[in-house]
Design a protein around this ligand. Sequence first.
Ligand code: BTN
Length: 254
Amino acid sequence: MNHSEETIHQSMGSRWADVPVQALSETDSTNTRLKEWAREGRIAAPYVLTADSQTAGRGRLGRRFVSPPGTGLYMSLLISPPENTDAGKITVLAAVAVCRAIHELTGLQPKIKWVNDLFLRGKKVCGILAERIDEGVIVGIGVNLKTPPGGFPPEAGVAGALDADIDRFALAGTIARYFLDGMERLDTDDAITYYRAHMPLIGQEIRYQKDGQEKSARVTGVSDDGGLMIEDDSGPHILRTGEVSLGSQVFEGL
Ligand code: BTN
């Protein structure tokens, strides 16, 4: 085990001492690696993989996730949830685990933008991509720790960085600890209560896409399985996937 992997393990705590951890300097995508290794039978859940950079980092909705060296934490966890576990609850838990870990290590308090982007000072500092595979679920997490030299490329959208004094491997281990601890409490309302308290869209006007059309709605809440409860001119609905856009005032509050 190298020094980085030892730091990850220390931060995960003794409860998770047997979970294998690997820290790479570069890979294509930590999600893609775990997917392939699991399929080939080379690894089993639970497993934690981190990389200092990714050459083919993937985001939600088929987007690229810019992952240059020395500026971010790119990590994936392979887990094997009990059968019939609600995918929405895993997504909620992932966002909550990263928020809690950042808060524990820096005192900063990111906010959650549904579904699972984390914002700080009005900028997106973390994105999460959860993928179901035959062998379980891969939860991929990308945290911008520092602003890259020359800034974020335009394709990164409203990206920002924590810009805090933080050890990437301690962060990886702390995220893994909160996430794995939370998996054991998925049947409680612990994660959703935290999520609701840090998701400031409730009561706000948002825009979303339906049948190729952009619609406006007011957010009324978050359902127990992480759906966005909204109300528009055709009545109440729950959004399960996709993305909502916000007015600039709401953004600034994130
Ligand atoms: C998004 O914001 O759309 C989700 C971004 C998820 C990025 C992480 S970085 C680690 C893992 N590997 C990937 O290729 N993607 C996820």
